[in-house]
Write a protein that binds this ligand. Sequence first.
Ligand code: ATP
Length: 361
Amino acid sequence: MPDIKIQNLTKIYEESGNDIVAVDDVDLTIGDGEFVTLVGPSGCGKTTTLRCVAGLNKPTSGTIYFGDRDVTDKPVQERNIALLFQDIALYPHMSVQENMAYGLKIAGFSREERIARVEEAAELLQITDQLEKMPSELSGGQQQRVALGRSLVRDPEVFLFDEPMSDLDAKLKAELRPVIEKVTDEIGCPTLYVTHDQEEAMTMSDRVAVINDGELEQVAPPKEIYDEPDSRFVSQFIGQPSTQFFDGNIGTVNGTAELVVGDYEYELDRAGLEGWDGDDVHVGLRPQYISVSDDTGAGIPATHLLDEPLGDATHSFFETEFGEVVVVTDPDFEGGGEEYGLVFQADYIQLFDSSSGVRIA
Ligand code: ATP
């Protein structure tokens, strides 16, 4: 199977005389057998990128290769792709078996070959017992499995998914996620999966590509994206509840960098802080690395607002001089509107340039 190489992809739409830069000089390679998720907020250019790879949109500039084959100007039917959208669109008057076999029939496959391929795909998708049913008799999750099966039987070179689970509830999503992973793994072709759901991106991908305003912010394995975000945007977008931010200033004490946040100082023995002495920075901390002290003098003064108990942990909200802050507290924490001190675990502090949002240390 080939890899997908997206090189310097730019797509500009023109609307009422105005240029809309939907995708801005994107470079991304999806290796043979690799599952890459393109994740970002609404309107950031995910679907446009995917449609250019599929051949449904013509790039303004840039090149798309499947292996060594330049497919930039090839129509969708010459790309041998499997495409799955949010809109499932099964043929309502055909059974599951007929829906899955239809593309093969049009392509001239024999009856025996159609049956064999559909049975193999149905087994992989765990829908063998649904083959005689009509689409209206299936749940949303089952229908999406049939749509996946319809693509699967055609033995695609490339898998492209555009928010295929956004109409499904949380439980069905959780059930379908491993099925999609298993299927794409088994077929072994490169997969580009578009979603705005960071949880989907984190749980399914070999690598996550975070896109913001048409530009790629970072491409890395899920753990690296979470632990070592390259920018404030990535830190905030990935992770739930999201990274909390504070205003800080960098100083130096006895040759060691020191971070000042409000009345609190943290020694930071980190590379990358040379030359930042006296500069303002944005300080990011994941909510599980902030602890709540009864001693109001122990950390950033905080007034408790409310608790959201989740069973295995509680999300506790506080008002501070930096705005509202969410902290992951113990399952039995109950704040009761009291005053607390929020204490940072200094090892997990992320520092960002306050103007560009780029990670400093
Ligand atoms: P969503 O998650 O909401 O689907 P997205 O990240 O997939 O968003 P795109 O659909 O790629 O984003 O859109 C990127 C930008 O391009 C947006 O500003 C959108 O309004 C604009 N856009 C998309 N399609 C067109 C079009 N056919 N004509 C004009 N502008 C478009």
